[in-house]
Design a protein around this ligand. Structure first.
Ligand code: GUN
Length: 290
């Protein structure tokens, strides 16, 4: 049988970044330098890599970035004050606090402190509400990236009427993903750890979005032949040789032969997330310029 199409997220992200670069230049011509502030509290190694990649991507498209690395001992009040200062700074268009934050800091308090117009993660209640009502707003980067990949495979209007199953219900991915798919006229099912007969429900999907954070739990028995599979999972596992390896939530080798198209890990959704963040930063700069 024919192998499913391997969706090249790196190439799609490079294309999007090229577009963003042009948009940045257009905004700069109007005298505005799009600027992203990234805050990292503590020294989680994975977060450190993510923050470095975000700052580097910004540099590559001409977005100015400000990096704030705060010690793990930073109090919630100190972090909120930093956010407020950046809210008040008109030269800053996007504010991102890398999650997770240390346990003594409330994630929700930090997110709600960010000016919604600078909320390039799309996590603020105001943006979440706007998305659920189908308004044009700052949308979480990973789901936005997944939508771009789906439209690449299926065509701009090719999602209409299809059954999409989202596996996972996080605020960062699952819930906004469901909202975007609904907006694209899909019939949407959201599955989660308490779902009964999850694999049987998933097997009815034309589109599967895997966002649970468990290595390779979605096997071939979850997938209808010909389905399009988007794997959001990034799981670090140890190999027999004592090394670590990145795998998705989908058992790629088992699913690829029956899928119409599938994203690999790494090289699928991951690069799209960062490109989406850059796109949101320029969008925020444009909105604030009026
Ligand atoms: N940690 C993991 N994913 C994300 C994300 O999309 N945004 C932020 N701020 N932190 C994260």
């Amino acid at each position: 049988t024919e192998q499913g199409l391997r969706i090249d997220g790196k190439a799609a992200a490079a294309e999007l970044l090229e577009q963003v670069k042009e948009d940045v230049q257009a905004v700069v011509k109007h005298g505005v330098l799009p600027t992203l502030a990234v805050i990292l509290v503590g020294d989680d190694p994975a977060s450190d890599v993510y923050v470095r990649n975000k700052v580097r991507a910004a540099e590559n498209v001409g977005i100015r970035s400000l990096e704030y690395r705060l010690p793990a001992s930073t109090s919630e009040a100190e972090l909120l004050q930093r956010v407020k200062d950046l809210n008040a700074d008109a030269s800053v268009h996007g504010i991102l606090v890398q999650m997770p934050v240390p346990k003594h800091i409330s994630e929700a308090a930090v997110i709600q402190a960010i000016d919604p117009r600078k909320d390039v993660d799309g996590f603020h209640k105001e943006n979440v509400g706007a998305l659920s009502q189908g308004q044009d707003t700052l949308v979480p980067c990973t789901p936005a990236g997944c939508m771009l990949l789906l439209r690449k495979v299926l065509g701009q209007d090719g999602l209409r009427g299809l059954h999409a199953v989202v596996v996972g219900r996080s605020n960062i991915v699952g819930k906004p993903m469901a909202a975007l798919l609904l907006q694209a006229d899909c019939s949407v099912t959201v599955l989660h750890s308490r779902s009964k007969d999850a694999s049987a429900l998933c097997r009815q999907a034309d589109i599967v979005i895997a966002a649970v954070g468990r290595p390779a739990i979605i096997g071939a028995d979850w997938i209808k032949p010909g389905a399009v599979v988007i794997d959001v999972g990034i799981n670090r596992i140890s190999t027999l040789e004592g090394k670590t390896r990145l795998v998705g939530d989908v058992d790629y080798d088992a699913v690829a032969p029956i899928a119409r198209a599938i994203t690999p890990v790494p090289g699928g959704v991951g690069p799209m997330t960062i490109a989406g963040l850059m796109a949101n930063t320029v969008k925020a700069a444009r909105m604030q310029a009026g």
